[in-house]
Ligand binder design. Structure first.
Ligand code: ASP
Length: 303
């Protein structure tokens, strides 16, 4: 069967290239997903993924990542992990080495450290700290005396500066996998864990149906279990495009969580779907036989 891989945003082009290289040499979908994501985690230009991106409210990077294998139906995830360059690889180790799915906070960091996956020092990505300061000053300027949570809510419009790398892949053997990795919302409250760490929300994969992944305001994907929702719709017979569009339209009921969300999916025969409540959502994809990955907008669903 021809391989297919798709990833969020324009930096997804680099992830898709790496993943396609692996899939073209008969590699497994789960390896393609992990290696593709690593490229973006390490990219110094991408301020919204990986260590050294735009940090949380107190100036610390707490990273979320998850991965799911559609063959074994196993998953691994980390939430709020610090000091790791490749949180997706820590998530993969949770999948492989433990009977659990999600490790969080300092214990997730110490799990990573036992595996030699932490680092002591890192360099901020260029411009990340300046952007953080700028955002912080804008937030405080308009909302000085409001309580903390209210301040974060009113800040939602600035949350557009957040883009996660999420990938879905189908290998030549019909195996599907899905993965996601992010620095999360800039200025998030310390300890906040987003959809990228939550199986069913940020990622889902099942060889018998398809795979899905998300990007956008993670709370929307969490409250709707968006990736699992899209897979359920595909199981009920919707093609991936219709499934993504319906799932995005369904998110509009959850009005308490402002902002936009996008979902990207492939089904078990390699058809791709993508929809978003943000006008600017783009994804990269490559189907076996194409010379190189291409970018495409997801279908915009108006609220
Ligand atoms: N979903 C991510 C989060 O909420 C951010 C993003 O994808 O833009 O942490």
């Amino acid at each position: 069967m021809p391989f297919v891989v798709a990833a969020t945003w324009s930096f997804g082009l680099r992830a898709v290239s790496k993943a396609a290289e692996i899939l073209a040499s008969d590699g497994k979908a789960i390896d393609a997903v992990e290696e593709g994501i690593k490229v973006v985690e390490l990219d110094p230009e991408v301020l919204t993924v990986g260590l050294g991106g735009i940090p949380n409210l107190i100036g610390v990077c707490e990273l979320d990542a998850s991965i799911m294998d559609g063959y074994s139906l196993k998953a691994g995830a980390v939430g709020g992990v610090r000091n790791v360059l490749n949180p997706i690889s820590v998530a993969r180790k949770v999948l492989e080495l433990t009977p659990h799915i999600l490790l969080v906070g300092s214990e997730a960091t110490s799990f990573a450290s036992k595996l030699g996956l932490t680092i002591l020092e890192f360099t901020w990505k260029s411009g990340a700290l300046e952007k953080w300061k700028e955002l912080l000053s804008k937030m405080e300027a308009g909302t000085d005396l409001q309580p903390y949570i209210e301040r974060i809510k009113t800040y939602a419009e600035y949350y557009r500066l957040h883009e996660t790398i999420s990938i879905v892949a189908l290998d030549r053997y019909g195996n599907l996998a899905s993965g996601s990795s992010t620095t999360g919302l800039p200025l998030k409250i310390p300890g906040r864990v987003g959809d990228s760490a939550i199986i069913g929300a940020g990622v889902y994969a099942d060889n018998s149906v398809g795979a899905a992944c998300t990007t956008g305001v993670g709370e929307i994907a969490q409250i709707t279990l968006l990736s699992k929702g899209v897979c359920d719709l595909m199981r009920r017979g919707l093609d991936p495009q219709k499934a993504c569009e319906k799932a995005i339209a369904d998110t509009f009921r959850y009005r308490c969580y402002p902002g936009g969300i996008a979902v990207l999916a492939i089904d078990r025969i390699g058809r791709i779907g993508a929809a978003s409540s943000r006008k600017d959502f783009l994804y990269a994809y490559m189907i076996e036989g194409m010379d190189k990955p291409e970018l495409k907008p997801g279908v915009y669903i108006e609220r």
